[in-house]
Ligand binder design. Structure first.
Ligand code: SF4
Length: 433
C-alpha cells in the first residue's frame, strides 16, 4: 500500500526565496482568452466582448478549435469614436444586447467583457451592465468585467469574471466546502466523487455549470482553490466571510493528495477513511505517471511566465518526474496562495516574477533547456533555435488536475521530447532503409 505523501511542515524549500522581479516587455495573451474555457463551463452564459476587430479576431482564431461547439461568445465592435460619440456607443451596445437576447432566449447570464481599445475604456461598462440588467431582469443577469490586455494576462480573465460573480452569490450560515476555479467537467466529477466518498460537504463548485445554480457563501464556507490564478476571486469570497484552505494545487498525484488532504483535515475525515478512498486512484495515477518518467528524468525545463500554473507544474515535474528546473517564471507571485507550493520546490530554484522578454530569452538560450514552456509567440523562434517547446495555453485547455489525469499531465511534457527523439532518429531510419 502506498502511503499518503506527507507535506512536511518543516519543509521550507523556496518559501523565503526572493524572485527575480521583472517589469519589462511582456509576451502573453490578454484576459479575453479566459472566455475560451469559461463559455464551455457556464453553459447558459454568454460572453459579449465590447471591443475592436482585433478582439474579435483573437476570439475567432483562438477559439477556432471550438468551431463545432455552440458559440456562446461574440464581439460588439465599437469603432473609433470621439467622446461625443459615446452616447451612440451606449445605444449601439443596448441594440446589440437586445438583438442577442431576443435571438438566444436560453441565455441566463450575460457578461459584458471590457477590452483595451481607448474607445472601450471610455465606456462605463458597469453602468451599462446595471442598465441592461434592469431592462432584461429577471430572465437575464448582466455582469461586467475587464479582459483588457492592459489590466490582465491570459488567465486573469477567469479571475476577473469570477470576482464579478461573487456579489451575486447567495449567503449562507451553513458550513460547506467551495472548490473555486473552472475545471473540466470530467475532473470536477472525479474530485467531487472522492470528496463525497470521504464525507466532505456540503460541496459546491464555483463557477457552476449553470448560472441558476450559484453556490451560497458565508463565514462557515471553506474555500479550496483548484486554480492558482484567482487572487481577486479569493479576496472577494474572503470579504463574504469565507476562509481559504492552504494547499498545493491538484496537479500530479502528490499535489492531488495534498489538496484532498487539506479538505479532509478541515472536515474531520479520519486517516483511515482518507486512505481507503484515495488508495486505488492514487496508485493508478502513480502508475500512469511512471510510464513517462524515463523521458523526463533529469531533463532540464525552463518556464516563461504565462498562466500562473508554472510553480505547481514545476513542483510536480521536479518531485514526481525527476525533472530539473532551470527557471520558473510566473506572471504574478501570490505568496499566500503559493505558500504550500513554494515550500516543496528545491531551495535553489531560480524564480522570476513578471517579464522582460528579451532578458528572459537570453537566460533561456544560455540555459539551453531540454524543454521550454512558453507562449505561442515565442515557441516557433525557440524551436528554430533548436529548443523543444510546450505551449503554456495547452496546459490550461487540457484537463490535467486530479489522479486520473496525472498520466495525461506527464504526457504533455514527455511528448515534445519524444517527438524530438523521433525526428533525430528519422534520417538514420531512412538511411538504414
Ligand atoms: Fe488585443 Fe486588448 Fe482586444 Fe486583448 S483586449 S485582443 S489585447 S485589443
Amino acid at each position: 500500500m502506498s502511503p499518503v505523501i506527507p507535506i512536511r511542515p518543516e519543509a521550507t524549500g523556496c518559501s523565503d526565496v526572493k524572485p527575480l522581479v521583472e517589469r519589462g516587455q511582456r509576451e502573453v495573451f490578454c484576459g479575453l482568452t479566459g472566455i475560451m474555457w469559461l463559455h464551455r463551463k457556464i453553459q447558459d452564459a454568454f460572453f459579449l466582448v465590447v471591443g475592436s476587430r482585433t478582439c474579435a479576431h483573437l476570439l475567432q482564431s483562438a477559439a477556432g478549435v471550438m468551431i463545432f461547439a455552440e458559440p456562446r461568445f461574440g464581439t460588439a465592435i465599437i469603432d473609433e469614436r470621439d467622446l461625443a460619440g459615446l452616447a451612440d456607443a451606449q445605444e449601439e451596445l443596448d441594440r446589440v444586447v437586445d438583438e442577442l437576447l431576443s435571438k438566444r432566449p436560453g441565455i441566463r447570464m450575460l457578461f459584458l467583457v471590457g477590452s483595451c481599445p481607448s474607445e472601450v475604456i471610455k465606456l462605463d461598462l458597469s453602468r451599462a451592465a446595471e442598465r441592461l440588467g434592469q431592462r432584461h431582469a429577471p430572465q437575464v443577469r448582466v455582469l461586467n468585467y475587464s479582459g483588457s490586455g492592459i489590466e490582465t494576462t491570459f488567465t486573469q480573465g477567469e479571475d476577473a469574471c469570477l470576482a464579478a460573480l461573487v456579489p451575486a452569490l447567495p449567503s449562507t450560515p451553513e458550513a460547506g466546502l467551495l472548490v473555486v476555479g473552472a475545471l473540466a467537467d470530467v475532473v470536477e466529477d472525479q474530485l467531487a466523487q472522492l470528496l463525497q466518498q470521504m464525507g466532505v460537504g456540503p460541496l459546491a463548485f464555483f463557477p457552476p455549470r449553470r448560472s441558476t445554480d450559484l453556490p451560497a457563501v458565508g463565514p462557515n464556507t471553506r474555500i479550496l482553490l483548484a486554480q492558482p490564478y484567482l487572487a481577486d476571486t479569493a479576496r472577494a469570497l474572503g470579504q463574504r466571510g469565507a476562509q481559504c484552505l492552504t494547499a498545493p494545487f491538484p496537479l500530479g498525484v502528490e499535489g492531488t493528495t495534498a489538496w484532498l488532504q487539506a479538505a479532509a483535515e478541515a472536515f474531520g475525515v479520519s486517516t483511515e477513511r482518507f486512505e481507503a478512498v484515495t488508495r486505488a486512484p492514487r496508485e493508478r495515477g502513480l502508475k500512469a505517471m511512471a510510464a513517462h518518467r524515463p523521458w523526463l528524468q533529469d531533463k532540464r525545463i525552463f518556464f516563461f511566465p504565462d498562466s500562473q500554473l508554472e510553480i505547481p507544474l514545476a513542483r510536480c515535474l521536479q518531485r514526481e518526474l525527476g525533472m530539473q528546473l532551470c527557471e520558473v517564471g510566473t506572471p504574478y507571485l501570490h505568496r499566500q496562495h503559493m505558500a504550500a507550493e513554494l515550500a516543496l520546490l528545491p531551495a535553489n530554484t531560480r524564480l522570476s516574477e513578471g517579464q522582460d522578454v528579451d532578458r528572459q530569452l537570453t537566460r533561456c538560450l544560455n540555459d539551453a533547456p531540454d524543454l521550454t514552456v512558453c507562449g505561442l509567440g515565442l515557441a516557433n523562434p525557440l524551436e528554430a533555435q533548436g529548443l523543444s517547446t510546450k505551449w503554456a495555453i495547452e496546459l490550461v485547455f487540457t484537463p490535467i488536475q486530479g489522479y486520473e489525469q496525472a498520466g495525461d499531465l506527464a504526457a504533455l511534457f514527455s511528448r515534445p521530447l519524444r517527438r524530438r527523439e523521433m525526428l533525430r532518429a528519422a534520417p538514420l531510419i531512412q538511411r538504414a532503409a
